[in-house]
Design a protein around this ligand. Sequence first.
Ligand code: CP
Length: 310
Amino acid sequence: MAQLQSKDLLGITDLTREEIELILDTADSFKEISERPIKKVPTLRGRTIVNLFCEPSTRTRTSFEIAAKRLSADAVNISVTASAIAKGESLRDTAKTLQAMATDLVVIRHSVSGAAKLLADVMDCPVVNAGDGAHEHPTQALLDLYTMRERFDSLDGLKVAIVGDIAHSRVARSNILALGKMGAEVTLVGPPTLMPAEIEKLGAQVCHRLDDVLSEADVVYVLRIQLERQKESLYPSIREYATLYGLNTRRRQAMKKGSIILHPGPMNRGVEISSDVADAPDSLITDQVTSGVAVRMAVLYLLIGGGSDG
Ligand code: CP
């Protein structure tokens, strides 16, 4: 079986283009399982997967759990408020505890960049980063690529505009890296205060006016405004942000024919995206969620599906 080189999936940084293609092709073969009346195969029977989510999540946590169960693995969810982490236990001790219980794979979300790497360095089993601070969210980028590839077949030369809070977004960072490796052309759009210094070094262009990119982009990828990660207000008001950068009906009408709208969720309807645009036929936001299950099944299979040793 073709495999990933690393024990863990910590970021898109560590993946080659061939490995990304392997994950997307494997997801293709798993997608139809979710369309069956009995949505289960025995592939990971007897394996134990722990979801350790130290930050809120709906999509990522649920789809990792569903992915594990559809592959017949035993999925265990640890809620931070109901765990010893709430009593001050360190991440390292939590890792050792999970290892002592013969866990086969850990999925972690954490507010601190590098938390997934810390866990991976302590544990023998694979660790999957489900979002660490503003660093990376690799499975989100992979499911986004999968959704784009379903619509456009090839990502080579695809024009993708990523709009919004680039500075605080692990989703943006993972997508810039992933799209670049797949040959897409990425333009980052947002106010200067939400644009990290020297971001062009990752291979993306920068534009501060959303209206300038709409007629060219094949994909308009709208990011959530992350009020919880901003220590100070980085734009005058939510209303002004929505006026300058919100994807509304007028802007949707200015988009290229055949283009699509993506958003990782959760959405702030009426801020970065208007409600009617979020629900428009060219918005593939729920398709992204569907892709997420197939992509996460692929990731789990490629990391621990290769026999008794994983
Ligand atoms: N896109 C995403 O990571 O959503 P959740 O926070 O709901 O997992």
